[in-house]
Design a protein around this ligand. Structure first.
Ligand code: ZN
Ligand code: MN
Length: 143
């Protein structure tokens, strides 16, 4: 957190309370918020927070390699991950939640695919999450 702020300062970025609030928010949460989610959350404390500030701060953090942008929502809004390391994600088509997942599949691991050498892998997986499956099951059990 302090390191990120220091990196921004070195880059010549003016650290306004709004910008610091965005960095704090991202480092605190494990979810994968959209720009709108971030804007809404920060606006509670800083009502004058503009969308432009959110966008520009996210761009800076992306450039620094502190966060990454995900395009898991097909034709939907991009979301942001405060974990910049490559990892796999699962999107629930019922509740829309995005979670980190561990996948043990040779195709999405380092290795060879169609005579191409895979060096990195980050997969988007789609389906129904465990919570939604449980809800579906209890509905069925009742009826
Ligand atoms: Zn779900
Ligand atoms: Mn993630």
């Amino acid at each position: 957190m302090k390191e990120i702020l220091e990196k921004l300062r070195v880059k010549g970025v003016t650290l306004t309370p709004q910008r610091i609030a965005i960095v704090e928010f991202l480092k605190k949460i494990t979810a994968h918020p959209t720009v709108d989610d971030i804007h809404k959350a920060i606006r509670r404390k800083y009502p004058t927070m503009s969308m432009a500030t959110v966008y520009s701060t996210l761009e800076l953090l992306k450039e620094l390699g502190e966060i990454q942008e995900l395009s898991i929502r097909k034709r939907g809004k991009a979301c942001f991950d405060s974990n910049p390391k490559l990892h796999h994600h699962f999107l629930c088509r019922k509740c829309g939640k995005i979670t980190d997942v561990e996948v043990d599949c040779p195709i999405i691991k380092k290795g060879w695919v169609d005579e191409c050498k895979v060096e990195e892998a980050q997969a988007y997986l789609y389906g129904v999450c465990s919570e939604c499956l449980k809800k579906e099951k209890s509905k069925k059990d009742k009826s």
